[in-house]
Design a binder for this molecule. Structure first.
Ligand SMILES: *Cc1c(COP(=O)(O)O)cnc(C)c1O
Length: 414
């Protein structure tokens, strides 16, 4: 029998306990949606205000030089690098995951696509934008040398063969929370002469990642989930050094030029990771990313992973203790080492359940057709939050609050 006192004791022993006070969280809210939009770090408030009021408001255009605006994509990239296991000069902050995937898939197909090796291989259950970008590229280049193929996630490893040009995979599945073995997939891809692109959307900032050690070719990830940089904050892109200067990314904008302020009419790409920039960076958002990343400077991601596993394990143990497993079917792996930092349950009224919880101050989210997701952010979620959230969940179900008529129509963002 797990009691609230047990949860309190886990919080007292938590080496990350002090991080919570770095976040501006609303009172009376248990926020279990950091896998979708990370909470607001207090320092980001201050930094955005300074960027707007002082740098833009007062220092105006000179800020491109004096406040390093022009170098922010690289500065931020170098802060992301250790979080994803990358040595210097391979990571840059820009655009969205969708746009960055377009750049990387194009490069990978240029490098490795041919009539005998046309496939972009991914899993059917990957995040839709990843699949759409691959489908769009096929339409643009033509299926002779660029052909999208998806297989069930369980078949992905076996489906890698000599006809695959590039494997596009997401480390942690957004729907189920299942975590794939990127090292093994990379090895298999390379044995067959394929390249690999890894999407780190649901892993960056919440677990150790070893892109260089795993020998990954390319990666993307976003900063607004576990990196807490705010809605629509720019994403990142990783290109392993061995692929610098080997192919040109297709959005040949002036910020990727080797010397943009020469205003040369002919494009000449920068020789390093900077080539992956396209247009003018979104400075206000990027300042937020820069500041949010300072929370990771002295952080041991192994501690983050350990706490993440404790939080998901505790949540599910409490679901079992309340005998809710008949109603809520766990979609995520039962073995904590096989999942990311979320738990997804299937429930016939998942949308109503999610809305009824939100009304009670427990924020989770709904994913069609019938899943409720709980994300656990070890930097600000406590064990007691987990305890209290499951209690609320139990009450909501007991009272039938999830069945209320008001939940019959869905809002546009779920
Ligand atoms: C959140 C997420 C995205 C989002 O892509 P954007 O282009 O940044 O909107 C992409 N892929 C995965 C796997 C995600 O989880």
């Amino acid at each position: 029998m797990i009691t609230r006192t047990d949860a309190e004791q886990l919080d007292q022993r938590d080496p990350l306990a002090n991080y919570r006070q770095q976040f501006a969280l609303p009172e009376q809210t248990i926020y279990l949606d950091g896998n979708s939009l990370g909470a607001l770090p207090k320092r980001v408030k201050q930094r955005v205000s300074e960027t707007v009021n002082q740098q833009w408001g007062n220092d105006l255009i000179g800020s491109w030089n004096t406040h390093q605006w022009v170098n922010l994509p690289q500065i931020v990239g170098e802060k992301i690098a250790p979080v994803i296991g990358a040595a210097k000069k391979q990571v840059i902050c820009c655009d969205s995951i969708s746009v960055n995937l377009f750049k990387l898939l194009s490069v990978a197909i240029q490098l490795n696509g041919s009539e005998r090796r046309p496939y972009i291989l991914s899993s059917h259950d990957n995040f839709p934008t990843d699949l759409y970008i691959a489908q769009g590229l096929q339409q643009q280049i033509g299926s002779t040398t660029c052909r999208f193929k998806d297989v069930a996630e369980e078949q992905l490893y076996d489906a890698i063969n000599d006809e695959v040009a590039v494997v596009m995979v997401t480390e942690v599945n957004f729907r189920s929370g299942k975590r794939l073995d990127i090292k093994a997939l990379t090895e298999k891809a390379h044995q067959h002469g394929a390249l690999i692109i890894v999407d780190l959307a649901h892993s960056a900032g919440v677990m150790p990642i070893e892109l260089d050690t795993w020998n990954v070719d390319f990666a993307v990830g976003c900063t607004y989930k576990y990196l807490n940089a705010g809605p629509g904050a720019p994403a990142f892109i990783y290109v392993n050094k061995r692929w610098h200067n080997k192919a040109q990314q297709p959005i040949a904008g002036w910020f990727g030029h080797k010397s943009p302020f020469d205003f040369d009419p002919t494009y000449a790409p920068d020789s390093g990771i900077k080539q992956y920039l396209a247009g003018t960076p979104a400075i206000i958002s990027m300042a937020a990313v820069d500041s949010a990343l300072d929370l990771f400077a002295d952080l041991d991601l192994q501690h983050v992973r350990t706490k993440s596993i404790q939080l998901t394990t505790l949540f599910h143990q409490l679901i079992e203790q309340h005998e809710l497993t008949e109603q809520l079917t766990l979609l995520s792996p039962t073995d904590a080492s096989q999942r990311g930092s979320q738990l997804s349950y299937q429930h016939p009224q998942a949308y109503g359940l999610c809305q009824a919880l939100i009304k009670r101050g427990v924020i989770a989210d709904f994913r069609a057709p019938s899943y409720i997701r709980f994300g656990f952010a070890p930097l600000y979620n406590r064990h007691t939050d987990v305890y209290d959230a499951v209690n609320t969940l139990c009450e909501v179900l007991d009272n039938g609050e999830h069945l209320a008529i008001e939940w019959q129509t869905r809002q546009s963002v779920t």
